[in-house]
Design a protein around this ligand. Structure first.
Ligand SMILES: *Cc1c(COP(=O)(O)O)cnc(C)c1O
Length: 414
């Protein structure tokens, strides 16, 4: 039947070339050879929650079920979050800090990912640019490109334990640079930066007149040489917005509870008007589920220190095994031993391999031949590297490396 042409079409601003991590994992999944009957070993994404050893604390589950049964949390939340949840998070974050955070500075979001979406949207003025780390976390890139915010990449330096290349930051920035994003503990590099480095980052941002977005979703998720120190310690130097969530430390990414915290002792964010924009923007977003917010005081209050220490001990052991196993495989090189988060960045030496073209080819063939998933480095901005997640059940990790080792030997030049 003849009719008017349709008025809708593909949206070019939603750029398929900027794939998220889950899209890459779908590609790996489509490569699996199901006929060999072996289980898939997922060393590709940072969600160990399905593994028995990484089940969340029972007290957190009780907190949620009690919040639900109380019938006190069936309503809409307020746009900034329930006061009791904001207060609990302010206290939680203040615990390791040299000063106290006010609940008024805490804004609740549906996971840390929504905090990123909100911030990028609010910061995307015409002509503005944002500095992102490479390697980094792809949601920043996807969101910035959709919002029309220009992205400029600064390198993290593998030979310096993945510290920020601060000279590059200085040369990239101009008076349209609205923010500098730093992720510590690091995804994808497994870094935990020193106090000195954090301070230098803050001083550099101050010099450039740019806001710092401190993605600390892996807050306290540190098990190596450097203790976790929050960027919040340097808020007197430069205004910042700190991001977090219960997703990683409690192993419940599906609960979708995150936050952003404005750290603005000198009222720079407030006086600039940005805070008002942020609060207005929150009026047009959805809120995290109310009963999870209602459970937050007990999730935080009733989870014993033992839970975290036993989980971090396990992750430390996994990281240790991962690092040692990588050393046994000649085509892999991990320049810096992971000290936090769940990941190691590993360089491929393709010249040792006979029929592997690049990181994507390596990961697809590994998925096909061994049913092991690791993430191609290009997913986080570095071609011919891979990101390996070590926070999985120990047996799976060991089996995964045995298969990886077989794979590497089979493809090594004779
Ligand atoms: C997982 C992760 C996020 C998103 O956190 P959610 O709470 O799952 O939305 C943001 N930033 C980094 C660096 C992450 O690893």
């Amino acid at each position: 039947m003849e009719g008017k042409a349709w008025n809708f079409r593909a949206n070019k601003a939603i750029d398929g070339s900027k794939l998220g991590i889950r899209t890459y994992i779908d590609i790996l999944r489509s490569n699996i050879d199901h006929s060999d009957g072996r289980s898939v070993i997922p060393l590709s994404h940072g969600d160990p929650s399905p593994f028995p050893s990484f089940r969340t604390d029972p007290s957190a589950v009780d907190a949620v079920s009690e919040a639900l049964r109380s019938a006190n949390f069936n309503s809409y939340s307020s746009t900034t979050g329930l006061p009791l949840a904001r207060k609990a998070i302010a206290e939680y974050i203040s615990h390791d800090l040299s000063y106290k955070i006010s609940p008024d500075d805490v804004y609740l979001t549906a996971g840390c990912a929504q905090a990123i979406e909100i911030l990028i949207s609010v910061l995307a003025f015409p002509g503005a640019n944002i500095l992102l780390p490479r390697p980094g976390y792809p949601i920043y890139d996807c969101r910035a490109s959709f919002a029309g915010l220009e992205v400029r990449y600064f390198d993290l330096l593998p030979e310096k334990d993945w510290e920020v290349d601060l000279d590059a930051v200085e040369s990239l920035a101009d008076d349209k640079t609205v923010a500098l994003v730093v992720i510590n503990p690091g995804n994808p590099c497994g870094t935990v930066w020193s106090r000195q480095h954090l301070q230098k980052i803050a001083e550099t941002a101050r010099k450039l007149g740019t806001l710092v977005i401190a993605d600390e979703v892996y807050e306290r998720f540190a098990f190596g040489r450097n203790p976790f120190v929050s960027m919040a310690e340097y808020a007197e130097i430069v205004p910042m917005i700190k991001l977090g969530a219960i997703s990683k430390l409690w192993f419940v990414p599906g609960w979708r509870l995150g936050w952003m915290v404005t750290l603005d002792p000198l009222h720079i964010i407030k006086d600039s008007g940005l805070l008002g924009s942020l609060e207005n923007f929150l009026n047009m977003t959805t809120d995290p589920v109310t009963f999870i917010q209602g459970a937050i005081p007990d999730i935080i209050g009733n989870t014993k220190e033992d839970f975290f220490s036993s989980k971090l001990n396990l992750v430390r052991e996994c990281a240790e095994i991962c690092y040692e196993e990588i050393k046994k495989i000649p085509c892999l090189n991990c320049p810096s031993k992971p000290q936090g988060s769940m990941f190691a960045m590993v360089k491929l030496n393709l010249s040792l391999l006979e029929d592997i073209g690049d990181d994507m080819d390596f990961c697809c063939k590994l998925a096909k031949e061994e049913s092991v998933f690791i993430l191609p480095g290009r997913a986080v901005g570095m071609e011919n590297w891979v990101r390996i997640t070590f926070a999985v059940e120990l047996e799976s990790l060991i089996e995964g490396f045995a298969r990886l080792n077989d794979f590497a030997q089979r493809h090594t030049k004779k």
